[in-house]
Write a protein that binds this ligand. Sequence first.
Ligand SMILES: *[C@@H]1O[C@H](CO)[C@@H](O)[C@H](O)[C@H]1NC(C)=O
Ligand SMILES: *[C@@H]1O[C@H](CO)[C@@H](O)[C@H](O)[C@H]1NC(C)=O
Ligand SMILES: *[C@@H]1O[C@H](CO)[C@@H](O)[C@H](O)[C@H]1NC(C)=O
Length: 215
Amino acid sequence: MMILTFKIFAFILYNCLVFAQDSDRLPLSYRPSPDNLYEPPRSGDSVSLFDYVNSRNDLTVLARVISECAGFAQAFDTVPTWNFTFFAPSDTAFNQTGEYFNTFAETPKGKWWLGNLIQHHYIPNSQLSVSSFSTNFTRVQTGTFLYIGAQVIDGKLVLNRAATVVESDVPVTNGLVHIVDRIIDPSTMIFEADIDKTKQNFIAGSCSNPDLPYC
Ligand SMILES: *[C@@H]1O[C@H](CO)[C@@H](O)[C@H](O)[C@H]1NC(C)=O
Ligand SMILES: *[C@@H]1O[C@H](CO)[C@@H](O)[C@H](O)[C@H]1NC(C)=O
Ligand SMILES: *[C@@H]1O[C@H](CO)[C@@H](O)[C@H](O)[C@H]1NC(C)=O
């Protein structure tokens, strides 16, 4: 009985200590990364998405957002073994967001939403150049599994009928980057089944193949 009581006491004490340690962190802030975190190997001459974003002085807000979302700096600095397309919102794009964006982005929920927002600019498995799109309005699936609208107007790619690609087809290792002048918000998802899809490779976990059992 003594031993059991002691065990319970030790368990409660342990939990209190863990809890005390936890409360040193700011509420809703991230835990620090553990030491010796694994980093996938990459060759010296490769250019990661993060290298590219950091190399431009008109992508400073994007660089900060990537640094602030947990795990994003590591993910963006990894050279993937798959192809990808990324629409990089410029500082002008973040400038065009307005008061709602700015006040919401500061909140803990807003920070979580910002990560989702960035993922919505990423298309895994396909390198889509401007020539992959046409003057017809089509839709294309992103890393969030949601669709965005895409159409070439006057020779420029326009997304969701709002964001214009101002600099296109920039190659990085295994990927293509396009600079856009407005952010692409997941809440403006396009899902009219009658809008043609741009040809792209399958995104695992999505229902772009309706024959899959989970679709
Ligand atoms: C990436 O795309 C290139 C052509 O653009 C293709 O040759 C290559 O097989 C693709 N890589 C992967 C991993 O799908
Ligand atoms: C963004 O807005 C600020 C304040 O209005 C302005 O000073 C800055 O030049 C703008 N930057 C860009 C890239 O549009
Ligand atoms: C655009 O849409 C029309 C009508 O659906 C189709 O005939 C045409 O081939 C499409 N053009 C391209 C470039 O996909």
